[in-house]
Ligand binder design. Structure first.
Ligand code: BGC
Length: 694
């Protein structure tokens, strides 16, 4: 692939960039915008590389102003890697990385993607996807991090910070975008409290804490107004309440509706081509329907971010960073840390390869590169290590690996399975089962595996007691009655191009599983709110995911936050830095965690949930408000500290239009999943309205 050069440097912009930020930056931005003609300004408000990227193009282009040294935007998709760059690293999907519960890993993943994009001449990464997973049927569930606002925020902020070491990040799709099949027409009705508390906080965090330079509006409409021209979302909340000083770009092609609606309500950039912007926007300014100040504001936002992030500066990165050893090692690390051990009967995992002669590796997916859906998050890795390859490499010549690469087992296959010392069934979902709408498979209406794959598991388990299942997929899968038949279950999601190695690391005990579910795995669809992929109107209420099953007192198959390890952990007493708190305080909770096993180093995710007894409004049974992952050698103890800003306990009072802290004795519960919270304390908070939550 050709290296693209961003070197549109003029002396003007170079001089501008050599000074500091703040007021100075604003003056430089103003000076540049003042020199632009109306046409130059309007041209910067829409992409120009065509509706579909031409064969020879790898990046979406948005013009800058060459004579002033203002560089163009050069964009690529990227939730699981730099999508358009041949040979870029394919990381595990967002859901897998969400399951690491390690913002530090996610920041490094973001930085690696940012570095790779910059190296191929790009400067805006169309990621992260951070829509709250209202329902695992969403076809794009694999792209996001999970179902909880706090967890989503932590992971997304980390990713944005990493990406923006090199290029601009673009959290998407703002907002309430979580049904594929009707995404272009769907209207989501959501009350303001639910919107502010459940569907927006993670966007707010990327903007306020992560400093995200841009945000992508969603296709769907919210409360009757399309997101690309939604006054409440774009103007009132994002740009006014959160004081966002970056720019909003539309989702592709179907993401804009009208010239005036978009321009007057805060959409700064139409992608990927001018449809409602371009000539119609120019005309609207000329005839007075759109004030030129609106155009100036949009252009100022984009130029500000170009200067602030040095997009006008040349880069010394080259394509050698694509899938570098460091990035591939990181992809493997993320997959190891994001895989979740869901079952491990009598310690059947890890497998001891020195005690095995013959392993059967079974299933169509065992040797299939299965990195995720075929939609916009698709990537072009130079190679993919399949589970079979990873297992073969791990055991070398010591063990005979029998490969049965199909989902329907015949008599001779059963004989091979019977004769094996251990059986590894690799199965789950592929791009044919779930993905982005229009270009991919769309929503998944049944959360169960196909009948054929269920039979595969059953037949293997019936033939051999020592059957382990490695499950791939982008979200929750219902297990049905095959779960008791198998010895162990490892959820590896779509594990990226190094997934096969990561799977082998875990199966043979070179690494210890430490991932935790970032979503609820229900026993059946009945445990979840309804999912309607046909209706063009849907109401999103306050409860979904673990909040929904908790409220209904249902017992999911595997609860939010759950995941096993090859070792055991003991947790000590819970203490708090203070028992009473007022707005603005940050309370630190401490707890000792010990690796109580003797054999394996391991890591545990300590989770802190808050409940609100006596609240004036209906709250969740418990809300995740903090977490920390701690790595421990056998026998080692560490004190884990989790800091909780008291303002994060506020709810949004719609009548007062204010975040409100209640004068309650809050209960604080700490443990290792949303359903295993053995340590508790209380925190008495003084009432206050309003409090600052942004
Ligand atoms: C998707 C976006 C993506 C864009 C460009 C749209 O269909 O919804 O997530 O960034 O295409 O590929």
């Amino acid at each position: 692939m050709k290296l693209r050069n961003l070197g549109l440097l003029s002396t003007c912009l170079l001089a501008a960039c050599s000074s500091g930020g703040g007021d100075d930056l604003e003056k430089r931005v103003d000076a540049l915008v003042a020199q632009m003609s109306l046409t130059e300004k309007v041209d910067q408000m829409a992409g120009d590389s065509g509706a579909f990227l031409p064969e020879d193009a790898t990046l979406w282009n948005v013009p800058g102003v060459e004579r002033l040294g203002v560089p163009p935007f050069r964009m690529s998709d990227g939730p699981r890697g730099v999508g358009t760059a041949e040979g870029a690293t394919t990381f595990p999907v967002g859901m897998a990385r969400g399951a690491t519960w390690e913002p530090d890993v996610e920041q490094r993943v973001g930085a690696a993607m940012g570095r790779e994009l910059r190296a191929v001449g790009g400067n805006v990464l169309l990621a992260p996807t951070i829509n709250n997973l209202r329902h695992p049927s969403w076809g794009r569930s694999q792209e996001t991090y999970g179902e909880d606002v706090h967890h989503l925020s932590e992971m997304a902020v980390a990713f944005v910070r990493g990406v923006q070491e090199y290029v601009l990040a673009n959290p998407k799709h703002y907002a309430a975008n979580s049904i594929e099949d009707t995404r272009f027409q769907l209207d989501v009705t959501v009350d303001e409290r639910t919107l502010r508390e459940i569907y927006l906080p993670h966007f707010r965090a990327t903007v306020r804490e992560g400093g995200a330079a841009s945000v992508m509006s969603a296709y769907n409409s919210v409360n009757g107004q399309f997101c690309g021209e939604n006054e409440q979302l774009l103007k009132r909340i994002l740009k006014t309440d959160w004081e966002f000083d970056g720019f909003v770009l539309s989702d592709w092609i179907f993401g804009t509706q009208t010239t005036l609606g978009s321009a007057l309500n805060g959409l700064d950039l139409e992608m990927p081509i001018a449809m409602v912007y371009g000539a119609p926007l120019l005309e609207a300014v000329q005839n007075g329907d759109v004030p030129e100040s609106v155009i100036d504001d949009a252009v100022r936002r984009m130029v500000r971010k170009k200067l602030q992030h040095g997009l006008d500066q040349p880069s010394d990165l080259d394509e050698s960073v694509l899938a570098s050893d460091e990035h591939l090692a990181l992809a493997r690390e993320a997959s190891v840390k994001g895989s979740v051990l869901l079952k491990n009967e009598s310690g059947s995992l890890p497998l001891d390869s020195s005690a095995l002669d013959r392993i059967a590796v079974v299933g169509l997916l065992a040797d299939m590169p299965n990195t995720g859906d075929n939609g916009s998050s698709d990537t072009r890795p130079a190679f993919v290590v399949t589970p079979l390859q990873g297992i073969q490499e791990a055991v070398g010549d010591q063990v005979t690996v029998e490969h049965i690469g199909k989902d329907v087992l015949e008599a001779e296959d059963i004989a091979v399975v019977e004769a094996a010392d251990a059986v590894i069934v690799v199965t789950g979902l592929t791009a044919e089962d779930e993905g982005e709408g229009l270009i991919g498979a769309g929503d998944r209406l049944d959360l169960a595996l196909s009948g054929e794959r269920v039979s595969l598991i059953r037949d293997a388990a019936e033939a051999n007691d020592r059957t382990v299942v490695v499950l791939e997929g982008g979200g929750a899968i219902t297990m049905g009655d095959w779960l008791p038949d198998i010895e162990a279950l490892l959820m590896v999601w779509y594990p990226g191009q190094m997934g096969g190695h990561a799977i082998a690391d875990l199966l043979f005990g070179d690494a210890n599983p430490s991932g935790k579910l970032p979503i609820t795995f229900p026993t059946s669809l009945d445990q979840l709110p309804p999912f309607d992929n046909v209706s063009l109107e849907v109401t999103y209420d306050y409860f979904h995911g673990y909040r929904y099953v908790d409220r209904n007192d249902a017992t999911p198959e595997f609860p939010f936050g759950f995941g096993l390890s090859y070792t055991t952990f003991a947790i000590g007493g819970l203490t708090a830095s203070q028992a009473r708190a007022v707005a603005g305080d940050v309370v630190t909770f401490s707890i000792d965690v010990t690796n109580s096993g003797t054999d394996a180093a391991g890591a545990e995710v300590i989770q802190l949930y808050v409940t609100y007894p006596g609240s004036a409004v209906e709250r969740s049974e418990r809300d995740l408000k903090g977490f920390a992952k701690v790595a421990l050698e056998p026998g080692e103890t560490q004190t884990v500290q989790i800091a909780v800003p008291v303002n994060s306990l506020a709810y949004y009072d719609v009548a007062a239009a204010a975040w409100t802290l209640e004068g309650l004795e809050h209960e604080v519960h700490v443990g290792t999943s949303s359903r295993d919270l053995p340590r508790s304390t209380t925190l008495t908070v003084e009432a206050q309205q309003p409090v600052s939550v942004y």
